[in-house]
Design a protein around this ligand. Structure first.
Ligand SMILES: Nc1ncnc2c1ncn2[C@@H]1O[C@H](COP(=O)(O)OP(=O)(O)O)[C@@H](O)[C@H]1O
Ligand SMILES: [Mg+2]
Length: 163
């Protein structure tokens, strides 16, 4: 997939397990477009995996989403977003500002995510990764939830050197 172009004001929600390549994808766009719960958890606690900071991180994210969507700016939500209620909250925000919401689905095989997870700055426990993978929605589900468009992220090809 060539990197999708987003219309002004689009809320682009990345959906994929840890290690599936979401942040690498977001790196292809201007840094100011990206909101990321890991970053805000780290800024609040010095530990991006400290889930006790998720409520404050979500508040920071929501403030930024509202500021950007109000200005018709493109915003990329670089988080796992495998839970339907999390996506529903993001869709509601886009609806509130009358902005298009699109999803980018990282439907990457679990073995590949596990392999890439090991190269991340923060290695996520493998049982967490597997649980996330079980919750991964299909493109059809995302469309049914209300995303105007669903882009499929490229599935990285496994090579023998990866094993
Ligand atoms: N298409 C790809 N091919 C090879 N390595 C990749 C690819 N996408 C991501 N990676 C590597 O996999 C690891 C996890 O990617 P990352 O973007 O941090 O995933 P996520 O944000 O979904 O957890 C990183 O070390 C990254 O460099
Ligand atoms: Mg990431």
């Amino acid at each position: 997939m060539t990197a999708p172009t987003f219309l002004p004001g689009t809320l682009a929600v990345l959906v994929g397990v840890s290690g599936s390549g979401k942040s690498t994808f977001a790196d292809g766009y201007p840094p100011s477009w990206r909101v990321c719960l890991d970053d805000y958890r780290e800024m609040a606690t010095d530990d991006m995996s400290d889930q006790s900071a998720t409520p404050v991180a979500a508040q920071v994210q929501n403030l930024l989403l509202d500021a950007r969507l109000a200005r018709n700016l493109i915003t990329i939500v670089d988080s796992v977003n495998v839970l339907p209620h999390v996506r529903a909250g993001l869709l509601a925000r886009a609806r509130h500002w009358q902005r298009p919401a699109v999803a980018v689905l990282f439907d990457v095989p679990l073995t590949r995510c596990e392999q890439q997870n090991r190269t991340r700055t923060r290695v996520v426990p493998v049982d967490v990764l597997r649980a996330q993978h079980q919750q991964l929605p299909t493109a059809g589900q995302l469309t049914a939830e209300g995303f105007a468009d669903v882009h499929l992220a490229p599935v990285p090809v496994l090579t023998s050197g990866d094993w």
